[in-house]
Design a protein around this ligand. Structure first.
Ligand code: SF4
Length: 503
């Protein structure tokens, strides 16, 4: 007999748990990648993610400002009896509500209803995406993940011809994913079944722990394991590296699940998992709620991020376009002073106002300001702002020319690469695109010393705020001449890797 409250409180507890505890296997694999990494800029990014991870473990605050959409895989035993008045779906959503609104560690509500229309935030991160199977037995097996949009948005699906090569397809799609999925992470690959089955397998495969080092040590025992190693090594040989900056480690593991398929089909899906790897597994057997054990702090490596020795200090209150022209792609900066925040919905509103020739809300003057693409988590007691890392910059590409031209902003801070049109615009306006590290949101929030609402408060986390920052670490991704670290970094490291391990 499984009691409703045992189910709800166990799942709510697991969601809180995964918001601030990275899985041990991820920390261990990332620590090994840090030791191995030869690219200074990628090593710096990994150091930020590891430092952030430790701070979150100690402070019980989320590893990333995007606390994800909840995905639950349930295996319900056929002999289970429920002491519950809610449906299973309602119990899951009640757990999500409880976890995301927990005042001790408020998580970000990111889910919107009416996705093609009003896109209204549901305010409590419900509903979850729920997959249920009925299996023999008398227990309820729960696997839960909180999936950030940056990595989820890079999911790819195709139907190959049965004789096509899976590895070649993966090697085509991974570079096209760009850096917005915040590597180093994992690739989940689903093969077979039908279109939706392949996607589901890809997602489910990401719930398994990282075991690539063990697999390589013992050697593959079947075709799937052989493929996992081949794809892992081939993807890392692309040189994409942490945050797409160029380096030795892009993926820590590659998982594959397969299923029988039609003789004429080879459906394949790939879904990446990002630096905010968040998942947990527990089993309810009727004996009460499950509380997951706190990890051992000794599992975290002794890595403490400090600013790179050559990092330039930039005063945002006095910086000029002329100063910006001395910054080169790949330079590391420490920003101090005031910047404005704004992401998808705020950009759309600004664009609509400009198009209609209407004035901006009073107090909103974007001219000669830097815009930080961020949707922060609400602060809890003692915080200026909750975790506040960068969001994917390419989503703002279509607004970039308008923002740099007619609106007159100075530059932008986000994560990942910029598309060709945005790079052209950056070059034409002698601007820059800067990046922070995706997956280091709590660390970044420590650089934010003050925050105030400026415009569009109804947009919640997407409102425009002014942040006062002190030594906020960023890297120049696209400089005023249009050079992009996301082009040059991977190209350089791909060539280096090839020289080290020629095929
Ligand atoms: S680490 Fe990157 S992709 Fe993952 S949730 Fe955070 S911002 Fe999104």
């Amino acid at each position: 007999m499984i009691r409703q409250d045992d189910f709800v409180s166990s799942l709510a507890g697991a969601l809180q748990y995964i918001s601030y505890y990275h899985p041990r296997d991820y920390v261990r694999a990332l620590a090994a990648a840090y030791e191995r990494e030869a690219s200074p800029i990628a090593r710096d990014a990994i150091a930020q993610i590891l430092t952030n991870s430790r701070l979150c473990m100690e402070g019980h605050r989320p590893v990333c400002q995007d606390t994800g959409i909840v995905v639950v895989f349930l295996r319900v035993g056929m002999d289970v009896q429920w002491d519950a008045s809610m449906s299973l779906e309602d119990m899951v959503n009640e757990a999500v509500r409880r976890a995301y609104l927990d005042p001790d560690n408020v998580l970000r509500a990111s889910v919107v209803s009416d996705p093609l229309g009003a896109r209204r935030n549901t305010r409590d991160n419900t509903p979850a995406v729920i997959h249920t199977s009925i299996v023999p037995g008398s227990t309820v097996d729960v696997r839960v993940a909180a999936k950030g949009a940056g990595s989820e948005n890079k999911a790819k699906f195709t139907t190959l011809n049965p004789s096509d090569d899976l590895v070649s397809w993966v090697l085509q799609v991974v570079p096209a994913m760009g850096a917005g999925w915040c590597p180093p992470g994992m690739l989940g690959i689903g093969v077979g079944g039908t279109a939706e089955k392949a996607m589901l397998l890809a997602k489910e495969s990401l719930l398994d722990p990282i075991d690539m080092p063990e697999l390589k040590k013992r050697g593959p025992s079947n075709r799937i394991e052989e493929l996992r190693i081949r794809i892992h090594d081939a993807v890392n040989a692309l040189g994409i590296g942490a945050q797409g900056l160029g380096g030795l480690t892009t993926v820590l593991d590659v998982k594959i699940l397969d299923h029988p398929t039609h003789a004429a089909s080879l459906p394949v899906a790939v879904i990446p998992n990002c630096a905010a790897t968040r998942h947990a597994h527990f089993v309810l057997d009727g004996s009460g709620p499950v509380e997951l054990p706190a990890p051992d702090p000794a599992d975290w490596p002794d890595v403490v991020w400090v600013p790179a020795p050559g990092a330039r200090r930039v005063d945002l209150n006095t910086v000029t376009r002329e100063d910006m022209q001395t910054w080169r792609s790949g330079d590391r900066l420490l920003l101090s002073g005031k910047l404005l925040t704004g992401r998808d919905a705020a950009h759309k509103r600004i664009a609509d106002l400009v198009e209609r020739n209407e004035p901006f809300p009073s107090g909103l003057d974007l001219r000669n300001r830097f815009i930080y693409y961020v949707g922060p988590i609400d602060p809890i007691q003692g915080e200026v702002v909750g975790p506040a890392g960068p969001t994917t910059a390419t989503r703002m590409d279509k607004f970039t020319d308008l923002m740099l031209g007619r609106v007159g902003i100075l530059g932008m801070i986000g994560k990942g690469e910029r598309g060709p049109a945005a790079v052209q615009s950056i070059k034409a306006h002698k601007s820059v695109s800067l990046i922070g590290v995706g997956g280091a949101a709590y660390l970044v929030s420590r650089a934010i010393k003050a925050a105030r609402m400026i415009a569009f408060p109804d947009l919640g986390m997407e409102a425009i705020r002014e942040f006062e920052v002190e030594n906020m670490p960023v890297t120049v991704a696209v400089d005023s001449e249009g050079n992009s670290i996301h082009e040059t970094g991977p190209a350089e490291w791909q060539a280096r890797i090839l020289r080290l391990t020629p095929i």
